[in-house]
Design a protein around this ligand. Structure first.
Ligand code: GLC
Ligand code: CA
Length: 512
């Protein structure tokens, strides 16, 4: 179980909004979003009901992977502004009772990072062991991919993701070659301390915690995650000592491991064994009106995780993110309403990807930008209004760093704010219902009652129990035995003598 009960109280009621900074709001007409642009839109986010934001990496970078290739962890990328702009963003968020988590990328850096430049040198120096190197150019680190032939140093350097992202060295759980260092060797220990320094720097500057990129990837040859868990437990002890209220959310997808490592919450991933894609992103998604999908495998995987974490679960289900297709690529507006009723009534903090609240579309046919490849279509600039560049930027349209959705009926925030029947208004009401009812929040327990069409589960906390009925299918259905006070209905629902009739493509929250 979690090694700590230290958790920031605000996290229990958090509803996050994920911001991809380059695509959110451009305030200096250079065609790319910036930090002042985020600050300017805090009221928009707060008004939606979100009280926390996660900002994708915004540090100095060559942007070969959208900033997940950090060149300098201590400096905001000039295209986004300055460190002072970031500090102002923290303080403006706090004034509105909002919290900000930054994206921490501990597994790898850019090849342009000074650590890597030093590490490539033939002569031994402070950074020689900062990355995972073999001791001969002819030996590859098995199963990891590598960078080789670009340094005077003899050896191949393991990579963690793209081939320009050299893997930082946190050691090997079970070293079986000379060049593989144990976790407690001086090199890996120094990398760990360097990571703490980075965290310390931004927490002192006013950040409220981190979303941790590829959190389970740090210690190598660590099949069961034991080494990586031990490493995070050490970071947890450091946070408990110095920053007990820092929030830690992992991109790991295995809450039994991440919570043990001291993370407060983990993300449900769209790859691996979660079956998340069965819900929204496959040829027959569960959330389609066709009613031909299945949530069964998703729920069985979810229950397994829930059991393994002593009923804590704490796995956050995002509406989408910068790595996956937009919801609107496979669901229509009414289907998305039902999907949001689900997302906003599950345990763990909900994460809404910028623009999903208005049903922004996946932009088809784009050429890759900043290592996005197929992900680029989900990263197009936010559509704020019906003005120039949809209000994103006053630069010439051809200067926007990613082209926007060019369809004449593209959704925009201003129109949807003014329309009570819009997707955004639905999402806003759903967030308000979640906030007003302890049973629906992150820590309320969950029990699944039925996993077909409709999906039925009950949530309980503080003496309150709410049955949630989710019926994406176009066919209405009778849910036997569930009767009570309707707290919220998407579409239609009606109390019957022997239960609740739920309309087609509808959802209902029933207080028992
Ligand atoms: C994570 C990020 C993704 C990035 C990768 C490498 O999965 O979400 O965008 O490309 O890590 O850092
Ligand atoms: Ca800008």
């Amino acid at each position: 179980m979690s090694t700590t009960e230290n958790r920031p109280e605000w996290l229990d009621n958090a509803v996050f909004y994920e911001i991809y900074p380059q695509s959110f709001n451009d305030t200096n007409a250079d065609g790319i979003g910036d930090l002042n642009g985020i600050t300017e839109k805090l009221d928009y986010i707060r008004e939606l009901g979100c009280n926390a934001i996660w900002i994708n990496p915004c540090f100095k970078s060559p942007f070969g992977d959208a900033g997940y290739d950090v060149e300098d962890y201590y400096t905001i990328a000039p295209r986004y502004g300055t460190n002072e702009d970031m500090i102002r963003l923290f303080s403006e968020a706090h004034k509105r009772d909002m919290h900000v988590i930054l994206d921490l990328v501990p597994g790898h850096t850019a090849v342009t990072h000074e650590w890597f430049r030093q590490s490539m040198k033939a002569q031994r120096n402070e950074f020689t062991d900062r990355y995972v190197w073999t001791d001969s150019i002819w030996e590859e680190p098995q199963g990891m991919g590598c960078i080789r032939g670009i340094s005077d140093r003899d050896g191949s350097c393991a990579v963690n993701f793209f081939s320009h992202q050299p893997a930082l060295n946190y050691g090997f759980y079970k070293p079986d070659r000379d060049w593989q260092q144990p976790m407690d060797a001086p090199g890996p220990m120094a990398t760990r301390e360097a990571l703490k320094d980075i965290m310390r720097f931004w927490l002192c500057a006013g950040c409220d915690g981190f979303r941790v990129d590829m959190a389970g990837s740090l210690v190598k040859h660590d099949e069961d995650g034991k080494g990586t868990i031990a490493l995070w437990q050490d970071i947890r002890a450091f946070l408990d000592r110095e920053f007990p209220s820092a929030a830690m959310v992992s991109e790991w997808g295995e809450p039994d491991k991440s919570l043990l490592g001291g993370f407060h919450m983990d993300f449900l991933l769209h790859f691996g064994p979660s079956h998340y894609n069965d819900l929204f992103r496959c040829p027959e998604p569960y959330f389609s009106k066709r009613g031909k999908g299945s949530a069964k495998e998703f729920i069985s995987a979810y229950k397994e995780n829930y059991a393994k974490t002593n009923g804590k679960g704490l796995i956050c289900i995002p509406s989408g993110n910068h790595d996956m297709d937009r919801l609107a690529r496979s669901l229509d507006t009414d289907e998305m309403r039902v999907a949001f009723a689900f997302l906003l009534s599950m345990p763990g903090a909900p994460f809404i990807y910028y623009g999903d609240e208005i049903g922004m579309r996946y932009v088809e046919g784009l050429t890759s930008v900043e290592g996005g490849y197929g992900r680029t279509g989900s990263r197009s600039p936010m559509q704020w209004d019906k003005g120039l560049n949809a209000g994103f930027s006053s630069a010439r349209a051809d200067m926007l760093y990613i082209p926007q959705d060019s369809s004449p009926d593209r959704p925009d925030a201003a129109s949807q704010c003014a329309d009570d029947n819009s997707l955004r208004s639905e999402v806003k009401r759903l967030i308000a219902v979640r906030m007003a009812n302890p049973a629906l929040r992150s820590n309320g327990s969950i029990e699944f009652i039925s996993d077909g069409y409709p999906l039925v589960y009950s949530r309980s906390a503080e003496g309150q129990t709410i049955a949630v009925i989710i019926n994406p299918s176009a066919e209405s259905a009778l849910v036997p035995d569930i009767r009570g006070k309707f707290l919220y209905i998407v579409g239609s629902a009606e109390a019957k003598e022997n239960g609740t009739r739920i309309g087609g493509c509808s959802a209902a929250f029933v207080e028992l």
